[in-house]
Design a protein around this ligand. Sequence first.
Ligand SMILES: C[S@@+](CC[C@H](N)C(=O)[O-])C[C@H]1O[C@@H](n2cnc3c(N)ncnc32)[C@H](O)[C@@H]1O
Length: 236
Amino acid sequence: MTYQDFKNPDVAQAWDADNRSLNPSRSEQLDMLLTVIADHYQAGKTILDLGMGTGLVEAMLFQRVPQAQVVGVDGSAAMLELAHERLQPHASQYTALIHDFSDIATLQLPPSAYQIVFSVQTLHHLTDLQMGEAYRFIYDTLDAGGLFLLLDRIAVVQGGLYDVYRSLWARQDALHQSKVHGAEGATFAEHQAVVAGRGDLPLGLERHLELLKQAGFEAACMHLQTNRALLVGRRG
Ligand SMILES: C[S@@+](CC[C@H](N)C(=O)[O-])C[C@H]1O[C@@H](n2cnc3c(N)ncnc32)[C@H](O)[C@@H]1O
């Protein structure tokens, strides 16, 4: 799915209806992300979501952290429309903005104390350069001591291990009735073509950690399931 695809209302509906069959790790990694937020969120502070989509994560967040205040940003009006429908009961708890993250430096956020920033399955649409800019923006936005959580697809960079990735995707599919093994390509070359065709520009794990550290974060990978990662950074 390219970023542009998400602007199509039919694609937005379809993604909202099925967001797990190509990412069986999503449930567990989201639960980990929400656990960290629930344990660390300070009432009165603001949480920033880069890539709010249809508000699926906010719906779970408001269950776990009923007092949470969120600013959600996304480039797709179609996705945000579904978010507004879903989050009607929480209308006083969030603000949604439309912005393209490829130009994140011009994103003007409502003045607030941003204690947590998170991004789920969104930033892999950015180039390496744009990702570095995004991490600097996130670092500058956060309060001292604030946390950044990234849950996203990362690149398979070790082509010589591609057969091992395939074994583990097949295992996941058997466990979760998902469809990763068939969707990611039979060979590493095919996989790279599939990733490019989707308009995805994922970075490798090491590169993410390098860019996070360059931006000033103390950063670590907290969970990795083949090419799906949960990374956390703290602003010192
Ligand atoms: C796969 S959805 C994930 C939505 C939500 N984070 C979730 O996990 O339920 C990706 C979202 O990122 C948004 N997105 C992707 N690239 C973007 C960009 N360059 N600028 C703004 N939004 C972008 C899309 O519009 C879409 O809503």
